[in-house]
Design a protein around this ligand. Structure first.
Ligand code: ADP
Length: 791
């Protein structure tokens, strides 16, 4: 996740350092004498240990000491005091760690030390192709530098190689002893990470060149290098560097450039041959030929796909477990399965036909984020593509180059994003792949996932085989049924159900709040959300199986708090914000969902069912109203075909039993039956509302109210037998969420009860039934007033 939250403002004691720069991520020991900075640190040591560091030239420092100068530089660094030890001679020994850049704001206080407002700046997430290239170049420069210097500990070099962020790399590079204060300051003042790294690159290049020059001078003292020559030499170097960075106008001939890149491409021979062949075609046709663009795009793809071998770290199960626990709350069974899967991979290595994991469950339960964790645990890069709505084979496999605007398919596009041949690759919404006349994407997917075939995956655009055999594929789906059989057979399915309220609370408390707080640059002191407030969000602002909306609402609280913190007056630092349940509405507006039972009283002709939806379960009131008429059935509320048939069945059943319930046999000749399921815009379907429809109908006929704290699910036959249904976990969770106390389910589903969360089993009375008679005995309350018809 990027750090693009709102910048956090701080008011911090100011420390002025002369002729030195402490960059972010660096820890530096210092000795400081008495003075304003000393007092600032003394105060900070008691306060929060953070200070704002600014760096000035030696000749300016006096002015700061005496208070003459208050023209602060634009950029400083927020530093943390790791140690502050007063020595007998009145000075102090301190250890300072640079935390991050900050934009320096106004002076809030001058005595006995400066206090200054500042805004913490977070490096933007870099993107684009050139990031990696430039970082590699700089790392090579560092190597060259170290070669020349000697005596640099190997650890330090390895450390530099592990840095993944351009801004961070630039900052660290300036610690090379050859840099001067001004140059370091230049790097500090550059906020854009890529611009910063480019600058570091130039400075390093100059240093390297100077080093070489010095050697040369030493070697050959007779050869006097006059100023002009030296300058020429440096300018020449600068020109080459600029050209490499694409900043120069007189760029290299494009054909030469491609030739050079192809020569440098790390790839199997057949790839290089294909590239060379295309380049030859390009050279023959000339750059002005209309086809040149097509060939160049093609070559760009070849040049930017990962083809090479990489070293993968050994899988450590211990570490994997740690990562999974660090990222996800609960999900014990799922984590077990993942660890088993990793264990098999570890033992069998790449020889194995490892199964493809497929996480199945409603949105927001952590399917994608588990994939991300697996990537982290394996030390691999992570990509995801969404397959939702794909109907065309070409979207998977690409279009032939003869099509205008042709491109590789999504699978290969993902590989380009991954920048590695060994990523963890999440195929989202595999259940939403459709098929039509344009060919079946499923067969292409089968090839992608088949270890026998995917070492030579053929993309129509690439034309040459691409090896996907080292990719760890993971699929996700909301539903199992729509996944085509052959695909399903190839995958190991791991079901992740919805969360109970307790689990959601745990996830929010341990993960979501912390994550969003960090994302928005807030500290725990600035924002506390109580458990009651989280419960309020869960109950009144979200209605979902997962935690996606819950996370969104928490983000919204953080955003509003960040805004308040940022705009608070300096003189009155904002008090710690504790958001309690009673404050939530003030932040987010009126509650969106009412808690508790749908109906206020036991009612005649209204029964509570539960529906399974791809987004989890939901309760659903079914209303039946008999009106005078001639036995017609009217159904409204956007019901699907299967549900309409259920209504017919319910009606036939009720008719056949009318006498048994003490209803006049002519009742149906004198009444029309109107069945309605509210929230008409939401499509509803499936046979599992059968017993609910029947109950509502019989309640309406007999005037006996239905107990409002009872919910039910089950298909019904014409003879009143109750048949099993699917999605019991989601349905019971939804009923539990809605405050239902008794839940009627088909007898054949009784075996699934053990799988339900304990909380649900404890708090919901679960009654398996085999017949409609049993349903009615439980669900109907004693007869109220005789209200057979309400016309
Ligand atoms: P899905 O892919 O199932 O739709 P996501 O992976 O996008 O869900 O999850 C939505 C958000 O909820 C993510 O921020 C994720 O980290 C968080 N989340 C879901 N489940 C958990 C959990 N058990 N522990 C911690 N965070 C979770």
């Amino acid at each position: 996740m990027g750090n693009t939250g709102e910048p956090a403002e701080r008011d911090l004691p100011l420390v002025v350092l002369g002729e030195m720069v402490i960059m972010p991520h660096m820890t530096v020991p210092l000795q400081v004498g008495q003075g304003k900075s000393f007092r600032a640190m003394e105060q900070a040591w008691d306060e929060g240990r953070e200070v704002l560091l600014i760096f000035v030239a030696e000749d300016e420092i006096e002015a700061y000491k005496t208070g003459q100068s208050t023209r602060l530089p634009p950029i400083g660094v927020v530093g943390r005091l790791e140690e502050f030890m007063k020595l007998p001679d009145g000075t102090a020994r301190v250890i300072l760690e640079g935390l991050g850049r900050a934009a320096v704001g106004g002076v809030l206080q001058r005595e006995p030390f400066y206090r200054v407002r500042c805004t913490v700046l977070v490096d933007a997430e870099p993107d684009g192709m050139d990031v990696e290239a430039l970082m590699d170049t700089v790392k090579q420069q560092v190597d060259a530098f170290v070669d020349q210097l000697g005596e640099v500990p190997q650890d330090a070099v390895a450390f530099v190689h592990r840095i993944e962020h351009p801004g961070h790399l630039a900052d660290i590079v300036t610690y090379a002893p050859a840099f001067e204060f001004r140059e370091r300051l230049e790097i500090l003042n550059e906020i854009d990470p890529m611009a910063r790294l480019r600058r570091a690159h130039l400075l390093l290049a100059r240093q390297l060149e100077l080093m070489k020059l010095r050697q040369k001078i030493q070697q050959d003292t007779k050869e006097v290098l006059d100023q002009g020559q030296r300058e020429y030499f440096l300018r020449e170097q600068m020109r080459i560097i600029r050209r490499e960075l694409g900043e120069d106008d007189d760029t290299e001939d494009p054909i030469d450039e491609l030739r050079r890149k192809i020569a440098a491409l790390v790839a199997p021979d057949y790839v290089r041959e294909q590239a060379a062949h295309e380049l030859k075609r390009l050279a023959q046709q000339g750059m002005n030929n209309p086809e040149a663009g097509v060939i160049r795009t093609y070559l760009d793809w070849i040049l930017n796909l990962p083809w090479g071998e990489e070293h993968l770290p050994e899988i450590s199960l211990h570490e994997a477990q740690r990562v999974l626990d660090e990222d996800h709350f609960g999900l014990e069974r799922v984590k077990e399965r993942i660890l088993e899967y990793l264990a098999v991979r570890k033992l069998a290595g790449t020889r194995m036909r490892s199964p493809i994991l497929c996480f199945v469950g409603p949105p927001g339960v952590g399917k994608t984020s588990l994939g991300r964790s697996i990537a982290r645990a394996l030390g691999r890069s992570f990509v995801r593509i969404s397959l939702g709505g794909i109907r065309d084979e070409a979207e998977i496999r690409g279009h032939r180059r003869t099509y205008i605007g042709a491109m590789p398919g999504r699978v290969i596009q993902g590989m380009k994003t991954a920048r590695s041949r060994y990523p963890v690759y999440v195929l989202d919404e595999i259940d939403k792949v459709g098929q039509d006349f344009r060919g079946d994407p499923t067969s292409a997917l089968l090839e992608v996932l088949d270890p026998e075939q995917n070492s030579a995956f053929s993309d129509h655009y690439l034309e040459i085989a691409y090896d996907l055999s080292q990719v760890v594929f993971i699929a996700t789906a909301n539903q199992l049924d729509p996944i085509p059989g052959p695909l399903r057979d190839r995958m190991e399915l791991i079901e992740i159900g919805g969360y109970t309220e307790d689990e959601k609370l745990g996830i929010a408390r341990e993960f979501l709040v912390r994550k969003q707080r960090e994302f928005h640059g807030l500290t725990a002191e600035q924002l506390m959300i109580t458990d009651e407030a989280i419960l309020c969000l869960i109950r009144s602002y979200t209605r979902e199986a997962g935690v996606r909306n819950l996370e969104r609402e928490i983000a919204s609280l953080c955003r509003k708090t960040a805004r308040r913190v940022a705009s608070a007056e300096a003189a009155t630092p904002p008090p710690a914000a504790v958001i309690d349940a009673s404050d939530v509405a003030g932040y987010l507006g009126a509650p969106r969902f009412s808690i508790g039972l749908a109906e206020e009283h036991d009612e005649v002709g209204v029964a509570t069912g539960v529906a399974w939806t791809p987004t989890g379960g939901d309760t659903l009131a079914i209303e039946v109203l008999p009106v005078r008429g001639k036995g017609a059935l009217q159904i409204t509320g956007h019901l699907g075909q299967v549900m309409k048939e259920s209504a017919q069945t319910a009606l036939s059943y009720a008719r056949s039993r009318a006498e048994q319930f003490g209803v006049d046999p002519n009742y149906f000749d004198e009444h029309n039956i109107h069945i309605h399921v509210p929230e008409g815009a939401v499509p509803k379907d499936g046979p599992s509302a059968g017993i609910t429809l029947t109950t509502a109908l019989i309640s309406a006929m007999t005037g006996r109210p239905v107990r409002r704290d009872v919910a039910m699910t089950g298909e019904v036959t014409l003879r009143g037998k109750v048949l099993p249904i699917g999605g019991l976990k989601e349905k019971t969770l939804a009923a539990h969420r809605a405050g239902i106390r008794t839940f009627i389910l088909p007898k054949d589903n009784a075996k699934d009860i053990a799988e339900l969360p304990k909380k649900v089993r404890d708090e919901l009375q679960l009654i398996p039934v085999a017949s409609m008679d049993e349903v009615l005995t439980i669900a109907l309350a004693a007869r109220a007033e005789p209200v057979a018809t309400r016309v």
